[in-house]
Write a protein that binds this ligand. Structure first.
Ligand code: GRF
Length: 202
């Protein structure tokens, strides 16, 4: 199974996937890493001699134009699966529809709890005693797609956003690697999980 990973930041989850995929018996291969900005995580792709591409958000005057270039880059690589891992941009419906259900996202909360860009901070602010990590099939909404895997993560007294996010990431990485392995091994059917595509324009 060939995988394209999209990042925006440090790419620690990407690094964990690359380390797992380096095992000779891992049934999936990351063939390209893309980002919407000069992401520190590109260093992990370079460490594994994996090509990268950059579609800078700031270089386009609309989400649609930016997404069109992102889609063109992805099509050039023809991955079997697209994985958003710390990718901080909303994808327009056109791109999601073109790739669903072969497009996954990881989120540092127990969806549908705490969606959006600050899921860890929001769980802390809500005084949650537990939160979680989720892997979903991307849909046009914000972290609203069908859940592929998720697991609870405890919030500990004295946690701040960083310590809680690190604890969540260890679970996120394990879930993401397991989901990709299962999809590659034919044990997980993303089309079945995603259900029928939204009828056009619905
Ligand atoms: C991950 O928790 C991801 O779910 C969230 O941001 C974090 C990215 O971390 N969107 P990294 O870039 O993989 O270190």
């Amino acid at each position: 199974l060939t995988v394209a990973v999209l990042i925006s930041g440090s790419g620690s989850n990407l690094r964990a996937l690359l380390d797992a995929a380096a095992a000779p018996d891992f049934p999936a291969r990351v063939i390209v890493v893309g980002a919407d900005r000069e992401a520190d995580g590109f260093a992990h792709a370079e460490a594994y001699d994996i090509p990268t591409f950059l579609v800078p958000w700031s270089a386009f005057d609309s989400r649609e134009a930016w997404a069109q270039e992102l889609d063109a880059q992805l099509r050039a690589w023809q991955p079997d699966l697209v994985v958003l891992s710390g990718f901080m941009r909303l994808l327009p419906t056109s791109l999601v529809a073109a790739w669903s259900p072969r497009i996954l996202n990881t989120h540092p909360a127990y969806l549908p709890e705490f969606p959006g860009a600050h899921g860890v901070r929001d769980a802390l602010a809500a005084g949650a005693t537990r939160t979680g990590a989720s892997v979903i099939v991307v849909d046009p909404g914000v972290d609203s797609g069908p859940i592929v895997a998720q697991e609870r993560v405890a919030v500990l007294p004295g946690d701040d956003e960083r310590s809680l996010h690190e604890r969540i990431k260890t679970v996120e990485r394990r879930l993401l690697i397991e989901v990709i392995r299962a999809v590659a091994a034919g044990e997980l059917d993303l089309a079945a999980i995603a259900g029928p595509p939204h009828p056009a324009g619905a």
